[in-house]
Design a protein around this ligand. Sequence first.
Ligand SMILES: N[C@@H](CCC(=O)N[C@@H](CS)C(=O)NCC(=O)O)C(=O)O
Length: 200
Amino acid sequence: MRLYDFSWSGNCHKIKLFTSIISLPIEIVPIDLLNAEHLRPPFQDLNPLCELPVFEDGTTVLRDSAAILVYLARRYGGEAWFPTEPEEMAQICQWFGTAAANVNFGPALARGARHFGYPADNAMVTRVSDRLFLALEKHLSSREWLELRRPTLADVAMFPYMASAPEGGLSLEPYEAIRHWIGRVESLPGYIAMPSVVAA
Ligand SMILES: N[C@@H](CCC(=O)N[C@@H](CS)C(=O)NCC(=O)O)C(=O)O
């Protein structure tokens, strides 16, 4: 099993975090995003969208962090992380959408703009992030995990770019419930941290 990876990518980190939690060994293939290796063959042939992560398992080749998480959970992780009961499955999928839209265009883009020169409209990033943080704070003020009263793929998908929001200049200080949830994820057996882009 092989992950095409960029070490500061939160989307790649979701896969490293989850495989570490379920003790699944994977090979890491570093792709030099900073020097545009993802825009050229052979990586471009694996994913014509030119985005990481890409995951290989035998002849299976998958792109998109949520799709890869689903594959890993169903194939190797047991029922708990991504159950097949319709309502439970849909509750988790809600957060895949939130991660790909609100988180991606909020805290992830704030970090990408500050450290990797991604073009961003600051007012829009702030507006998206503020709304997301308020909603998440409210959601987490009455529960420990995002769904199902236990850690699931929803927490894994939301975690890296929420935890690294301060690297994009977005403080989590006012959001106590979010900070406590981050602490709970960090306490999971097998947890691994994403390398800090600020310290680099
Ligand atoms: N929806 C995709 C988004 C993947 C994505 O945006 N990947 C970034 C790295 S975190 C990327 O490869 N960007 C390429 C680029 O900016 O040119 C996922 O969740 O995997």
